[in-house]
Design a protein. Sequence first.
Length: 514
Amino acid sequence: MSVTKRIAFGAAAGGFSRATTIVLALVFMPVLFHHLGKEELGVWLLLAQSSALLFILDFGLSFVLTRRIALAKGKSGSDPNAPLTDETRREIADLVEIGRRLFLGLAVLTFLISSLSGFFYLSHLHFATVSLTVVWTSWTVLCLSQALGVWGQTWNCLLDGVGYVGWDALLSSTMLTLILLAQIAALFLGGGLITLASIAAAGWFLQRCVLRRFARARWPELFELRGRFDRATALDMVSPSLRAWATTLGSLLILNTDQFFIASFGDMTNLPAYRAAYLVLFNLYVLSVTISGASAVFVSHLWQSGELAEIRRIIVRNMRLGLGLMAAGGGCILLLGPRLFDVWLGPGNFIGYPNLLIFFVLLFLEVQSYGVTLCSRATEDEAFAFWSLGGAILKLGLAAILGARFGLIGIAGSTLLAQLATNHWYMVYRGLRRLRVGLRSYCAEVLLPVALLFALVVLAVWVPLSVNFFTAEWQAVIGCSFLAGLVLAGFCWCFVLEPNHRGRIVARMHLARS
């Protein structure tokens, strides 16, 4: 399977798995709304979102370990089907052993730090209808679940690094699907916060077992070698891991701390509608960066072989598809506005256009900065830690000031302002320069077509809405989504698919008709 096909498979697998997870999450949200009280729901969203921050306690090791395995694989050639040399096999086996030991220690550290810090934070909050004991117990179990997730990261790194991109996403999303289905069933049976957290912990443990078994089945020759824990190699990974960790930490503080400010201002009832609006666009963002995530390890392979032209081609294609999906989906969501949330969650759960617009602009630019820097960092370019942490400090300061003065829109606006001042320009500038992609050509080849796509989607959705073509709100949501999808499909045909890909599709269509 060629690099392009592997990227396509990885993106398709990642997109499918994430789409499945998103659909279940969208179904899960109204179930939460109907089976939990408003304060209990706000507490769950606070705990679940906060637990996502625990993955920063791997201190960047997963990112660096994946990259080191990919660079080791690249020593056997950029062709993903090339057999591994004895040197590559030995190096990968040693890296896996180093990762296995380090991740076990980090899992224990994750549980201790997160549980203690959580107890300190939660003790300062006041709950009217939810027992503090229930909140603390739920948080402890969630900390355990995330520690189990950190413990199993070695096998994700191995699968991605050797080029089996997408398989870990499929397996992980399958387990997450089972977790969400079990949580939905538990809610219908009267389960509460502790039950939801316990199901999550069991799912993470099973996921580690499944990933390890799959890795052994795919690469048995790597398991035949007993890896050695090399202290010098482990220490050499410390500096880039810490820089990767700082970059991730800054990003998470910027994008995942709004709920703390809302809770601190004392009204948890505003959190569900705020999070719902953010999650609609954030799920679209997750899908938009899928192809960039699938490409990173192959960029490492190509960089090791010095194939810069191929890397540039990958970057342009990734950005066209990722930004195009965000522009098309975001334009449709903005035009639908309250119709979408009334159909999804019921009347009265739309946060308002100002916040929704801020979320769209923020996450559109996030797709760009994430996609460019992910490929740049795949070349051992860990140069974004300072800017990421600077953006986080600026966001926290602005949120404290603007949130107290302007409320929810001040909190959302603080995130956008902080990113515009730091990461949204520097990460793109530095990443494109590292990857030898000119800024002018990037604007002409990527940003201009995406802007045209956004305008066409807005026009295609606005026309039927303006003449009241749809008789019911659910029809408007489905119909406008279909129209936006058609415009996006045309964009992908013209700007994402290459001439040989279009030729193959046309030939297969002619063959099918005959």
